[in-house]
Design a protein around this ligand. Sequence first.
Ligand code: COA
Length: 172
Amino acid sequence: MQLVSPSPLYKDSFLESVKGIVADGNVHFLRTAIDENNFQKYCDTLIGYKHGIGLPEEYVNETVLWLLDGNEHIGNLSLRHELTEHLLKIGGHIGYIIAPKHRGKGYGTKILALGLKEAAKLGMEKVLVTCDKTNTASAKIIEKNGGVLENEVADENNGWKKRYWIENRIVK
Ligand SMILES: CC(C)(COP(=O)(O)OP(=O)(O)OC[C@H]1O[C@@H](n2cnc3c(N)ncnc32)[C@H](O)[C@@H]1OP(=O)(O)O)[C@@H](O)C(=O)NCCC(=O)NCCS
């Protein structure tokens, strides 16, 4: 299993994941419209976010990575390089999603573990990861990856968020 940069090599299984994720009600992870006839452009747009290119105003640089098992797309991870006021309170450094058909098999735990390694490469020693208070699976994922609960805060749009910090081992 590995995290890779978005690439047309994985187009078919990525689009398969998209169907399941969109049907599950989550479109935000797409970030921008997909042109299936120019999938390279979609990938390039996501890769550009790492360098701050094409991001909405007030967004910080962000690395978007795909979890693969073999050549099959399993899920997405977003690694924000720094925290804004809003990310510090609600969003955290790392967000992830697993395609519905692949859930409940340990991939969520693995995607965060691999994402922490990517964060370490960027020199991030303390990583903030948050989840909805009702998201039991995500809370378990964060705790299994060493998350220490700091507090729970009200998210004006969506109930309560649990805020966890993870001490990250920097490999030099
Ligand atoms: C949350 C999410 C990433 C979990 O992915 P996953 O691949 O199913 O996670 P795992 O298989 O690694 O499971 C992690 C733990 O949660 C448990 N779990 C999985 N689904 C669960 C559910 N629906 N309810 C309760 N616990 C659940 C698993 O049993 C496992 O616990 P264990 O280690 O004690 O056995 C996935 O459901 C998802 O993408 N949800 C939508 C997006 C989202 O919520 N992202 C997280 C934002 S913070």
